[in-house]
Design a protein around this ligand. Structure first.
Ligand code: PMT
Length: 413
């Protein structure tokens, strides 16, 4: 299976998953093999997973596979598998979330109509936690009016429906009905478990480096990987915000549900940030913007001169995007800057907060391998314009992103 390793290593939203009791319902569809990989992601993220299989699911993937990978007994028969006759009630009561992947037309019909005639449907009757259904079937079956009606019923009941992907299906047709990739189901599960305290908020974020051309093949830039800004974009989207991410060139996948705008130079980033500023409630400027750019970028490659050992490139200052935003922003907009510092962290950050009219600045000591540029972890000190200071110790950028959002919301009241 083509599993994008980077997406898994980004540890998207692991915080929501660690220590959680997740019930994974597997029903009889060809995509059942993908739920094995989904189970691996859940385990890797620290979940305790119990798998429930329908009889037909066992025709596609063996029970042993799920048992070994989940390190828990698989529940597939109410009467012969369990030590306790009320095991299904025990696991239903303890569950923090349920994912049914793949979900067949049959199981969707049963759930929607309150039928409880096997281990999975009976257990689901007793759960009170959030449930996500991942329909996967032939396109005509998926579009069938009864299946759609049943999905509508489940949605109205508060269950989350993850739309299937479109593409080539096992039945040799092409259309909607494919089970989404395991990392995507994982990402949406994280989003389902997160509080939606940014609902109806517009969040504008800049991330990554800018690059300033010297000639068509060379440029001036910095080491920003985009990880910090993308983690904040992902966290904000999961918490219900509409997120616009203005990104310099990075090699990260766009977080699910985020509108990304690619830019190269500071000038392009300034244009996009200012265009999208008006509708933003929260603006977070994480990008490492080049302070200077070549005065006179050449349109042809600069040739090496054998008679000259040195080359000087005259540089001129770029516009300060954050300062421009600070001067333009309305009082109801909340503006956060980042300050990458190698020394005098506090005084430099405070000066930038004042000069650029910020509500908050995340002072980021850079220069070590575990924080700042490129690292998966980071540590920052948050200074707010009301004089308060909040220390976020070294942790995964994904986790830090959520704490930063908590702090922003607290300051916004
Ligand atoms: O991308 P990663 O590899 O995950 O690394 C994360 C990070 C280290 C880049 C990030 O955490 C960080 O510290 N970002 C700010 C980097 C920076 O450019 O700092 P600065 O002190 O030079 O700028 C201060 C603020 O002004 C920043 O919000 C910056 O976006 C903004 N700025 C700077 C210059 C400029 N011309 N326009 C700007 O808007």
């Amino acid at each position: 299976m083509d599993l994008p390793i980077q997406k898994i290593d980004q540890k998207n939203g692991q915080e929501q998953i660690i220590g959680k009791n997740i019930l994974l319902g597997v029903t009889g569809g060809i995509a059942a093999y993908k739920s094995v990989e989904f189970l691996r992601l859940l385990k890797k993220a620290g979940a305790d997973v119990t798998v429930l299989m329908t009889g037909s699911a066992r025709h596609f993937v063996g029970k042993t596979t799920f048992e070994v990978l989940s390190e828990n007994a698989v529940l597939s028969d109410l009467f012969s598998d369990t030590e306790s006759s009320v095991k299904h009630i025990d696991i239903a009561t303890k569950a923090d979330a349920v994912v049914i992947a793949p979900a067949t037309a049959n199981i969707i019909g049963k759930f929607a109509n309150g039928i409880a005639d096997d281990a999975l449907t009976t257990t689901l009757m007793a759960v009170t936690c959030p449930v996500m259904i991942c329909p996967s079937m032939n396109t005509d079956m998926y579009q069938n009016i009864r299946v759609q009606r049943n999905l509508d019923i489940l949605e109205q009941d508060g269950w989350h429906i993850l739309d299937p992907d479109s593409g080539a299906l096992a039945c040799k047709t092409v259309g909607a009905g494919r089970l989404p990739d395991p990392w995507f189901i994982f990402d949406r599960l994280c989003a389902m478990l997160v509080k939606k305290d940014l609902k109806q908020k517009q969040v504008l974020i800049s991330a990554g480096p800018t690059i300033e051309a010297i000639d068509p093949v060379r440029f001036v830039s910095n080491h920003s990987s985009g990880k910090m800004g993308y983690a904040i974009a992902r966290a904000a989207e999961q918490r219900g915000a509409n997120v616009t991410l203005v990104s310099g060139p990075v090699s990260l996948d766009t977080p699910v549900g985020v509108e990304k705008i690619d830019v190269l130079s500071c000038g392009q980033m300034a244009d996009q940030m200012l265009t999208h500023l008006k509708k933003a409630d929260i603006i977070i400027k994480v990008a490492a913007v080049a302070d200077y750019k070549p005065c006179d970028p050449k349109d042809k490659k600069i040739k090496k001169k054998d008679n000259s050992k040195e080359l000087s490139v005259a540089m001129t200052q770029n516009p300060d995007i954050l300062k421009q935003i600070g001067e333009k922003k309305r009082p109801d907009q909340f503006l956060v800057g980042f300050a990458a510092e190698t020394n005098d962290l506090e005084s430099n950050a405070l000066l930038k907060m004042k000069k650029k009219h910020l509500d908050m600045i995340a002072a980021n000591l850079v220069g070590s391998s575990d924080s700042g540029f490129k690292a998966d972890t980071n540590k920052v000190k948050l200074f707010s314009k009301d004089g308060s200071v909040f220390d976020i110790p070294l942790m995964e950028k994904d986790k830090l992103a959520h704490i930063l959002i908590d702090q922003i919301l607290e300051k916004m009241g």
